[in-house]
Design a protein around this ligand. Structure first.
Ligand SMILES: Cc1cc2nc3c(=O)[nH]c(=O)nc-3n(C[C@H](O)[C@H](O)[C@H](O)COP(=O)(O)OP(=O)(O)OC[C@H]3O[C@@H](n4cnc5c(N)ncnc54)[C@H](O)[C@@H]3O)c2cc1C
Length: 414
């Protein structure tokens, strides 16, 4: 039987980054994914932002008027399946509690060390992987359609400037100067510290190729076969036979419960599904930045394949058939804002953001299983946080002093 130091289960951006950081610390690592390739699930279709400026988490809204509209499925930024409510409802209640105004500052403080190191950690790996061509450093822009929402957007920007971020408030002319092909709009906020990747799946692949080029094993296999041997080692069955390791890392994104659940761990992992569709740009129009249409709730990102429209959150069973209502609703609005041409995908892509109720990931040891480690639940920021959490996990696993305090991300905090 093959043996190695560590098996990392899941080759999304989170697992691949963890594998690279463990390897860099001298560990023999096997990376195992059912897809046989890296970055084929949630990490495939996201909006590509390395959100260096997103210190404020995505909170459950508390405005009663908005809540009524959400309940009636009237707002495109969120959508839910009525049939999934018995399962999703209790999780939403926990999310609502964690979003209480008095907890927001604590949440900002907890995520700040991760966010502040997110871009530099990517840059180091991007440089080693020779993937610099994928990175753009021109920020992202939140657009607002009314003076009222623009004022609220500018107030949030002001709060974030206190953290040393570089943010420009834009009037209508300011938006037009940066994005000349957009229809006139009240204004926007340009977060200049954020970077973006114009093919997120290619970035996961570049990191996985780097891992393999340095002697790492990439195996196809089902993580649900994980068992613990009598001697405490972990065993997984890969396509070419079983492999045992002294330690195992669960980095299965929204599917992580399929491994920790049967082992008896109870963790409130939920998910926010999301969709994308690519479009051509009409008449030579150019999209220069990633743009959030903040009052409507969708995003336009300039990708290698075309303009990628990504949706807000959908609350449904993780693997329920796709219902890309949000793409259908947002597309006509987006067409009035920017000259989108024909659709470039046969059908919308679907993914699921793996979320804990406090919108922080779990990074650290499994509470009840020596040798088992967790790295999942990166929510809206998995692309952003993959490398920085990979480093933190690898430092904890190898006995180094962690470069940031891991306490806020521990698995037993719920
Ligand atoms: C529409 C949308 C837009 C987003 N935009 C952004 C953004 O701009 N910036 C940002 O930072 N984040 C963004 N996100 C969030 C981000 O994409 C996720 O947080 C991130 O991809 C999660 O990565 P992961 O590696 O944990 O999970 P995944 O990428 O889903 O990887 C999990 C892996 O586990 C494997 N797997 C599952 N089950 C098994 C099994 N039984 N056996 C073996 N392998 C298995 C899968 O094949 C997969 O490769 C967005 C998400 C969505 C949906």
């Amino acid at each position: 039987m093959k043996s190695t130091d560590v098996v990392v289960l899941g080759a999304g951006i989170v697992g691949v980054s963890a594998a690279l950081h463990l390897q860099a610390r001298g560990r023999d690592v096997a990376l195992i994914d059912r897809a046989g390739a890296a970055g084929q699930e949630t990490s495939f279709g996201n909006a590509g932002l390395i959100e260096r400026s997103s210190l404020i988490p995505y909170l459950f809204p508390r405005d009663p008027a908005k809540l009524i509209k959400y309940a009636l499925n009237l707002l495109p930024e969120a959508h839910y399946h009525f049939s999934a409510l018995p399962m999703v409802g209790p999780w939403l209640l926990r999310y609502w509690r964690e979003s209480a105004p008095e907890r927001v500052q604590r949440s900002i403080d907890a995520r700040r060390p991760l966010i502040e190191n997110s871009l530099s950690e990517h840059e180091a790996l991007i440089q080693q992987a020779g993937a610099g061509e994928l990175l753009r450093r021109n920020g992202w822009i939140k657009l607002f359609r009314s003076d009222e929402t623009l004022a609220a957007g500018c107030a949030e920007a002001e709060r974030l400037r206190a953290y040393g971020l570089h943010i420009d408030s834009l009037d209508s002319a300011g938006v037009a100067a940066l994005e000349p092909d957009f229809a006139p709009i009240a204004g926007g906020v340009h977060y200049r510290d954020t970077a973006s990747i114009h093919d997120p799946a290619a970035l996961s692949k570049a990191y996985a190729d780097l891992f393999v080029s340095r002697g790492g094993q990439f195996l196809t296999g089902d993580a649900r076969s994980l068992t613990q041997e009598a001697d405490g080692r972990w065993r997984v069955v890969a396509a070419d036979g079983p492999i045992v390791a002294g330690a195992a890392v669960v980095a299965l994104g929204p599917w992580s419960d399929l491994v920790y659940g049967p082992l008896g761990d109870r963790i409130p992992l939920g998910w926010k599904r999301g969709y994308h569709m690519h479009y051509a740009a009409k008449d030579g129009a150019r999209l220069n930045h990633t743009i959030l249409d903040a009052d409507v709730g969708y995003l336009l990102a300039p990708m290698r394949r075309g303009v990628r429209l990504t949706s807000g959150a959908e609350f449904a069973r993780r693997d329920a058939p796709p219902t890309p209502t949000q793409i259908e609703i947002c597309e006509p609005t987006a067409r009035r804002l920017f000259p989108l041409g024909e659709r470039l995908d046969p059908q919308p892509w679907r993914g699921a953001r793996p979320c804990l109720p406090d919108m922080l990931p779990i990074v650290g040891p499994a509470p009840n299983h020596p040798g088992l480690w967790f790295d999942f639940g990166h929510a809206h920021h998995g692309l952003t946080l993959g490398p920085v959490t990979g480093r933190l996990l690898a430092e904890m696993m190898t006995g180094e002093t962690p470069f940031i305090d891991p306490t806020p991300y521990r698995a037993d905090r719920f």
